[in-house]
Design a protein around this ligand. Structure first.
Ligand code: BTN
Length: 246
């Protein structure tokens, strides 16, 4: 991963560009930009991506697996970012399935998109956005309570190149066993150990309906196990829900 890099000073969205070039480029290609004019978040939100202050990148992946397995790839990315940060002495938590938080505030979001045909994946685009050296002024008033940057949390500038290299290496370390043997046990361990949700009250929004419960665990398939207030226990697949800590 990252042996082929498409670098931009500015672009609308690295995910959009990655989708555009996915079929013509090898697996592991990384699209990265100093700035995004129209960074995309989940649920059609926008993603603030000011120049040279973050890591805004998308990886092109071509796993030979069925579309249902794609949710696991987001966890590989989350574990990769969490571990790469830890390697630099920065301790974060994984808010299953696609956010990395520090002190309850979001520093990184992952947006995984895929193209498939006849139950086979053509390609997966995993977009990772990390608020690295953003200052408080870079966040709007309604974001500052929910989002933060590594610089704000650590009180110092963080080396973006070092972090990027760390993420690509860690991700690759997790992606190879997944691709070859469908093996994700190390990733699940990391997601459990550093979970921001396990043991906490959560709100699960599924098909427009909101239910409250407690996150119990993450199973070997990477699903979040939640016990709802009526006592029922469900395995939650990512993608179909939005989970919020309470
Ligand atoms: C989220 O809503 O939490 C996901 C945010 C994903 C943002 C990243 S930044 C790089 C890539 N390109 C985009 O347009 N979005 C993702």
């Amino acid at each position: 991963v990252g042996r082929n890099i498409c670098y931009f000073d500015t672009i609308s969205s690295t995910n959009m560009e990655a989708k555009r070039i996915a079929l013509k480029n090898p697996e592991g290609t990384v699209v990265i930009s100093e700035e995004q004019a129209k960074g995309k978040g989940r649920l059609d939100r926008n993603w603030v991506s000011p120049p040279k202050k973050g890591i805004w990148m998308s990886m092109i992946l071509k796993p030979e697996t069925e579309p249902t397995k794609v949710a696991k790839i987001t966890l590989l990315g989350a574990a990769g970012v969490n571990k790469a940060l830890e390697d630099m002495g920065i301790y974060s938590k994984i808010k299953w399935p696609n956010d990395i938080v520090i002190d309850g505030k979001k520093v990184c979001g992952i947006l995984t998109e895929m193209s498939c045909e006849l139950n086979m994946i053509n390609y997966v685009i995993m977009g990772i956005g990390i608020n690295v050296n953003m200052d408080r002024e870079d966040f709007s008033e309604n974001l500052i309570n929910k989002a933060t940057s590594l610089k704000i949390e650590q009180n110092k500038e963080i080396n973006r190149k070092e972090l990027l290299a760390g993420i690509l290496n860690r991700f690759e370390e997790f992606y190879i066993p997944f691709k070859e043997d469908n093996e994700i046990s190390e990733v699940i361990e990391i997601c459990k150990k550093n979970s921001a949700l396990i043991g906490k009250k959560v709100r699960v929004i599924k098909d427009g309906e909101t239910k409250t419960g407690k996150a119990l665990d993450i199973n070997n398939e990477g699903q979040l196990i939640v016990m709802f207030e009526d006592g029922s226990i469900e395995n939650i697949f990512s993608g179909e829900v939005s989970v919020r800590g309470l």
